[in-house]
Write a protein that binds this ligand. Structure first.
Ligand SMILES: [Fe+2]
Length: 212
């Protein structure tokens, strides 16, 4: 286990003598130009769902594609891959270690899969093993205010064992889906997807990244 240095960006200084330790980075980026790729992604994903049985991992109900989505031939997929690279780059910039490397020396591999959640479908609490950074991109958030939010649990188990009055350390963070929104977070961060109450398909693309 390595120890933190004073320039570690994961120590969040509050500008006085208080510091937030063990900060967990979460990227939330509403992608400009999302409306130019979402219709094509939606069509491609629905076509696959009609042709392939789908796989079952964390999903309860719904349809999940094979994990080959980033190899699909559509131009929209190529655009999304570029956005994933940018997101991982923004995350890597938090690390003094990675920031100091020469351009092109940090390489990562990624793979992705599509999720279609229909009425009452949800995803169980899970992490993404054997990966470093995980993310989701919302192709179509479905019907507005209809559930289907992603919720991240506080990863500090002792916070649950010893509640501190006035400090809700053990709370969960809920992010409402929005078409064109990209999230990126450490793969060890536990999350689940709440049941979807809408009628139009809620379509997302999840991905895993491994840095070499
Ligand atoms: Fe996940």
């Amino acid at each position: 286990m390595s120890s933190a240095t004073v320039d570690d960006q994961l120590l969040v200084s509050l500008g006085n003598d208080l510091t937030l330790l063990f900060a967990t980075p979460l990227l939330r980026r509403q992608m400009p130009g999302a409306e130019s790729i979402n219709p094509g992604l939606r069509t491609a994903i629905l076509a696959r769902a009609a042709a392939e049985p789908g796989v079952r991992i964390s999903n309860k109900g719904g349809w999940q594609s094979k994990a080959d989505l980033l190899d699909w031939p559509q131009q929209e997929v190529a655009t999304l891959k570029g956005w994933i690279v940018e997101a991982v780059r923004a995350m890597a910039a938090l690390s003094p270690d990675l920031r100091g490397r020469a351009p092109g020396t940090s390489v990562f591999k990624a793979y992705g899969w599509a999720n279609i959640n229909r009425t009452h479908d949800y995803n169980l609490l899970h992490v993404h093993p054997d990966s470093h950074w995980s993310g989701v991109y919302y192709v179509d958030a479905g019907d507005a205010v209809a559930g289907g939010a992603i919720q991240f649990n506080d990863p500090r188990p002792m916070a649950r064992a010893m509640p501190v009055p006035g400090f809700n350390f053990d709370r969960a963070l809920t992010v409402a889906p929005a078409s064109g929104l990209m999230l990126l977070f450490p793969s060890w961060l536990e999350h689940w997807v709440m049941p979807y109450d809408g009628t139009r398909e809620r379509i997302s693309i999840a991905f895993n990244c491994t840095l070499r």
